[in-house]
Design a protein around this ligand. Structure first.
Ligand SMILES: Nc1ncnc2c1ncn2[C@@H]1O[C@H](COP(=O)(O)OP(=O)(O)OP(=O)(O)O)[C@@H](O)[C@H]1O
Ligand SMILES: Nc1ccn([C@@H]2O[C@H](COP(=O)(O)O)[C@@H](O)[C@H]2O)c(=O)n1
Ligand SMILES: [Mg+2]
Length: 211
């Protein structure tokens, strides 16, 4: 399956340095908000897994309907589908630095990414926020999202605890996790996020100098 997707969608030229940062956190923790701020300050392309799926839903296809139903129930869509959408968007962007927002959501996502894209993330930004604050934010968001209702939000919290937290722990064990306190104001959270990305840039400069 991985080869079929690569043959259909394409792949990055071997030897080209591609920078990937995963951005994860509970529903409403502020992933999209922080990614918009990162993009304004650093030369990353923001790819939101949820937004890519919402675009697919707009296409009046059987696959679109299947995704719409899963999202309405707060469930996760099959991993190969989302990784294929991510790979397509990465290649189309022409950039070499990506913020992948809302991914990986479970171990299956992580394995599918490794098999199909296989670019080790530089680090994983984890926006840590209480359930009460996340629920408050989502129910006040008013962006017309079909899954921003109390029943779906509760299911999304369960999925986050059961399926995404093990992925957070996986990266923490490997020293890849960068945790920020998401309960502060959006600008205060960004001060902490910015420091992490400044450090990444400094590492890149250092690797050029010592090369
Ligand atoms: N630090 C913050 N303090 C207060 N409100 C915030 C903060 N960060 C984001 N918000 C607001 O909370 C809501 C959810 O933020 P955002 O859409 O960025 O979250 P998300 O993690 O991408 O959520 P989802 O997983 O549902 O896509 C938005 O209305 C946003 O303006
Ligand atoms: N890796 C992913 C990401 C998202 N989904 C589905 O989309 C919904 C909304 O995601 P947001 O990041 O925009 O909150 C989410 O609840 C899932 O239904 C997914 O399946 N896999
Ligand atoms: Mg979002």
């Amino acid at each position: 399956m991985a080869d079929a997707i690569k043959n259909e969608v394409g792949s990055f030229p071997s030897g080209k340095k591609i920078t990937v940062v995963f951005v994860i956190g509970g529903p409403g923790s502020g992933k999209g908000t922080q990614c918009s701020k990162i993009v304004k300050n650093f030369s990353f392309t923001h790819l939101s897994a949820g937004d890519l799926l919402r675009e697919e839903v707009k296409s009046d296809t059987e696959q679109g309907t299947m995704i719409k139903n899963l999202m309405h129930e707060g469930k996760l869509v099959p991993s190969e589908l989302i990784v294929k959408l991510l790979l397509k968007a990465m290649l189309q962007s022409g950039n070499d630095k990506f913020l992948v927002d809302g991914f990986p959501r479970n171990e299956e996502n992580r394995h599918a990414y490794d098999n199909i894209i296989g670019i080790e993330p530089e680090f994983v930004l984890f926006i840590d926020c209480s359930k009460e604050e996340m629920e408050r934010r989502i129910l006040n968001r008013n962006q017309g999202r079909d899954d921003d209702n109390i029943d779906t939000v509760r299911r999304r919290f369960e999925v986050f605890q059961e399926s995404t937290m093990p992925v957070v722990q996986y990266y923490e064990k490997r020293g890849k996790l960068r945790r920020v306190d998401g309960a502060k104001s959006a600008d205060e959270v960004f001060e902490d996020v910015k420091a992490i990305f400044v450090q990444l840039n400094a590492q890149v400069v250092l690797s050029f100098v010592t090369w």
